[in-house]
Design a protein around this ligand. Structure first.
Ligand SMILES: Cc1cc2nc3c(=O)[nH]c(=O)nc-3n(C[C@H](O)[C@H](O)[C@H](O)COP(=O)(O)O)c2cc1C
Length: 200
């Protein structure tokens, strides 16, 4: 079982990554193979809406996202971690998320992968970032596990919250236990943004 941590924080070993490491350690304690990827260290350009993934199943942008696609598809669970920047996930996060539009084509899918989120804010915006990532997971037919919502401003602040650190490793264990249930969506190759007037 593989669990991929995708850090959208530009701050190495900041609050988001400290909590993500706890989540991954919790999952690792139950036998999961884990990896933390830092989006900021990668060359990941924004989606340019060329639309070719809709016909070819491939994104033509040759950058580090190509490697990340493989890691995301290989993973049984994906942990997203983001600090709140202006009431939302960071720009690094949005770049990655938008580029995954290419993943529900050509037989590729994030469907049925278990997802969880770590979000950290100095004061306001946690719900905004969480909401966007959970809606995202639903559109990708991922199975959402729980989340960590934490406050912290300076690097390392979250270490003072023992309960939060423990909850993070518990979240990692929860991910493993959900993955073990082997849930699968009935229509795992669907590609939609929302059911409704714009379903296609
Ligand atoms: C550009 C920028 C924008 C931010 N916007 C917000 C915000 O809207 N709300 C908030 O509560 N904190 C905001 N913060 C504070 C960060 O969320 C906070 O410092 C967090 O602990 C950073 O996480 P990290 O240590 O993982 O980088 C902002 C910080 C930066 C650098």
């Amino acid at each position: 079982m593989k669990i991929l941590g995708l850090s959208f924080s530009p701050r190495e070993k900041g609050n988001t990554e400290l909590l993500m490491e706890e989540v991954l350690a919790g999952a690792g304690g139950l036998g999961a193979e884990t990896e933390l990827c830092r989006a900021v260290e990668k060359d990941i350009r924004p989606c340019d809406a060329c639309g070719s993934c809709f016909t070819t199943g491939e994104c033509p942008i040759e950058d580090d996202m190509q490697d990340l696609y493989g890691k995301m598809l290989e993973a049984d669970g994906i942990l997203f971690g983001t600090p709140v920047y202006f009431y939302n996930m960071t720009a690094q996060g949005k770049c990655v998320i938008d580029r995954t539009i290419a993943l529900n084509h050509g037989g590729k899918s994030l469907s049925s992968k278990v997802g969880a989120v770590v979000a950290v804010a100095g004061s306001l915006g946690l719900v905004d970032a969480l909401k966007d990532l959970y809606f995202y997971m639903v559109t990708r037919q991922m199975l959402p596990a729980s989340f960590i919502a934490a406050y912290g401003s300076n690097k390392g602040d979250v270490k003072d919250f023992d309960k939060c650190m423990k909850a993070s490793s518990e979240l990692g264990r929860q991910m493993v236990k959900i993955i073990e249930k082997k849930f699968t969506y009935p229509d795992g190759k669907a590609n939609y943004i929302a059911y409704g007037t714009h379903t296609f």
